[in-house]
Write a protein that binds this ligand. Sequence first.
Ligand SMILES: NC(=O)c1ccc[n+]([C@@H]2O[C@H](COP(=O)([O-])OP(=O)(O)OC[C@H]3O[C@@H](n4cnc5c(N)ncnc54)[C@H](OP(=O)(O)O)[C@@H]3O)[C@@H](O)[C@H]2O)c1
Length: 453
Amino acid sequence: MKKALVIFGSTGNLMYKKLIPAIYHLIQQGHIGEDFMVYAVARRNQSFDDYIEEAKNQVKISIDWTHFKQYINYRVLNVDNIDDYRRLNDEIVNKSYNDVSIYLATPPTLFPLISKGISQSGFINKGEKHKRIVFEKPFGEDLESAQSINKELWKYFDETQIYRIDHYLGKEMIQNILVVRFANIIFEQSWDYRSIQAITILAKEEEGVLSRGGYYDKIGALKDMLQSHLLQMAALILMDKPKEMTSDLIKDEKVKIFQSMTFDQKDMLLGQYKGYTDSEKVDRNSSTETFVYAKAYVQNQRWHNVPIHFLTGKKLNEKRSEIIIHFKDNHDLNLLFPQSSKVENKLVIKVSPKEGVEFKFNVKEPGLTNNIHPAILDYCHNCKALENTPEAYERLFMELLNDQPTLFTRWDEIEKTWELVKSMKSNSQPIVYNSYEDLLNILEKKEVLIDDL
Ligand SMILES: NC(=O)c1ccc[n+]([C@@H]2O[C@H](COP(=O)([O-])OP(=O)(O)OC[C@H]3O[C@@H](n4cnc5c(N)ncnc54)[C@H](OP(=O)(O)O)[C@@H]3O)[C@@H](O)[C@H]2O)c1
């Protein structure tokens, strides 16, 4: 079956930074071949050669452009003009591409308009097989806008044809969460409030907003990171075992977690890094948060009273995304080994930039002593890969082209996560931070588990 991938917004940062490199790697590795074509679509009136010249300037990886040009076209399309959609659809149909994915790498405000054009021009008919439409995140800017976008989309497409991206779900270690949990009896049997003290989910960045101030200032850390990536990680960590590993059954379990999660308002901390309001395209009086700390609980039997700490932000001390499971103290430790200081068991799932799993446990110190000290089992996931582990977008493209929706988010997941963010809405102004230390000092007073942060 000949496959076409039509990308709207292909003069944007995402196309050059992530999508072209991912597609190129898949071609190089033979995962997609001669029966595949990318239609790069944008409003700029320029030739294919001009587009490729611009791409050469913007794309950061080394590409054999002569080879890559066989797999990509550029088409100018005005998103308001139905004839432009029809012309492109006719071309794709005439060239016998009968498996078509439409990818919207545009601002979310354009999702309803482009969806309407796609539907009215006959690109995708409701319920049609081998036709699908992909939406980049964020899906909406709040609960109400997400609901309104989705209502429009359901007029034109079946839920099975809609793929909503959260690229974290394409990351190797995010996919590894369910394997680590359910393929290892030692973890699954102690995966509840009786053994686990607390869970920390963090995504720290060193960089500021760079050139994305225009987008970021309208959204902020809470909506950009917590509503999507952090809550998705939490759901995979907290959900019950699905009856089978099918897309819908996994999503059903994730939704149950979102439904029973509550945030503790009084513990929330919002911050804005010093100098943020001087960034390009950022409002000089902006009160957008670039840092969030929040604490949640899940009101079910398994997670009774276990705090889940979320932390994310820009201009912090390091780039690190991790999930940390803190196990409870072993009550017998000091009875049996009174001279020992406590060492908690800890499981760390390292998502980025390092990928792996670390487990901290107690052993006897070597030598003529009975002291106990911590040892760490450290599994490096990317060290085991023969080449680089695949980028998230490579995996997501493969799943998309093979009609596999597991790594994409279903509407009820999006709706519930926006409801959670709405419930956290706070009128408090973010505090301005000079450094990460400033934030840690405040968190210390809130008795957050500082040693991991
Ligand atoms: N960049 C990232 O790292 C990243 C990461 C995750 C998610 N995303 C999401 O991916 C999407 C695209 O992001 P981006 O960073 O690539 O944005 P961008 O650099 O601003 O590019 C957006 C694309 O949409 C087009 N566009 C904007 N307004 C338009 C309009 N009114 N009519 C027609 N075309 C229009 C732009 O065309 P012009 O070039 O002609 O303006 C460009 O091709 C966004 O939803 C974003 O949230 C991006």
